[in-house]
Design a protein around this ligand. Structure first.
Ligand code: ZN
Ligand code: ZN
Length: 284
């Protein structure tokens, strides 16, 4: 399924979808503190994120960003069957063919922007031989996430680091970002910590238009119905809630089009609705 594209001022944003995954447990496993009536509301408003048996069904999006003949890529998906994420997703990613479908040559990508180091965002970083999949790109990762993984003692995290991250350093293509990172005058990575310590989002401001490629700032529409709700995958729930609340307010105030990594639709808008927010997908 093609996921379409939008223009933000002079900038073209093309949605890519490496995989669609059904979680192994009900949504309530991933979002344990949601009121039951909120789940009912979410099922009515957003049936597309529920598998038939109540499990959470989520997409894994990446975004190609093109301006002035330059190409950038946000995130690299779950990756091939050899990647770490296949163990839990059971889905082989299709990013290479999705890139080909929209005319993005991996050799043309100048920067690969990594929103954070969870294994469904870095799966195609390198080939099975350990070479960068995007051979002419530098890979931008927030220093806090790099340090987290470089110092990890957990066996799974060690494997993710040695297979998907460390090869970038060895290849000399790693660039660590800090509080903010200017990709161009119109594209800016901003530190949005909590989900992981180095989680970052890509703000686009061009010709009076605004968007936010918000990665895992919000992962399930139920988090908009009941604000202040951390997910089980948020490493720092309190910090993630604070970051999410601040950005949701800013998204509404600034009228930003939003592109979440794991919603069923790659682009939409967010408006206030009672005590929460309402997601309105853009027609693809
Ligand atoms: Zn998708
Ligand atoms: Zn994540």
């Amino acid at each position: 399924m093609a996921h379409g594209s939008i223009r933000v001022g002079r900038v073209e944003v093309v949605a890519l979808c490496d995989a669609v995954v059904a979680s192994s447990s009900p949504g309530s496993g991933s979002y344990p503190n949601v009121d039951e009536h909120r789940w009912r509301e979410a099922r009515e408003r957003h049936p597309e994120v529920f598998a038939g048996d109540g499990r959470w069904r989520f997409h894994i999006h990446q975004y190609a960003v093109r301006v002035d003949g330059r190409s950038f890529l946000l995130d690299t998906g779950v990756g091939p069957t050899s990647a770490r994420a296949f163990g839990w997703s059971g889905v082989a990613g299709s990013l290479p063919s999705k890139l080909a479908d929209v005319g993005v040559d991996p050799r043309s990508v100048e920067l690969v922007l990594i929103s954070h180091v969870h294994d469904d965002h870095i799966g195609w970083n390198v080939t099975d031989a350990g070479a960068p999949t995007f051979p002419n790109a530098r890979y931008v990762i927030h220093r806090a996430d790099w340090d987290l993984m470089a110092n990890a003692t957990d066996e799974d995290d060690r494997e993710i680091f040695t297979t998907a991250l460390e090869p970038l350093e060895h290849a000399g293509v790693l660039q660590l970002s800090e509080a903010a990172f200017a990709v161009t005058d119109e594209l800016r990575l901003e530190h949005a910590p909590g989900h992981t310590p180095g989680h970052q989002v890509l703000a686009i401001d061009s010709g009076g238009d605004r968007a936010l490629l918000c990665a895992d700032l919000v992962n399930h529409p139920v988090q908009l119905l009941q604000p202040g709700l951390a997910g089980a995958s948020d490493m720092d729930p309190v910090g993630a809630n604070a970051t999410r609340s601040a950005w949701l307010e800013r998204i509404v105030r600034e009228g930003r089009t939003v592109a979440p990594a794991h919603f069923a639709q790659p682009f939409g808008t967010i408006a206030r609705d009672g005590g929460g927010y309402r997601w309105a997908p853009l027609a693809g």
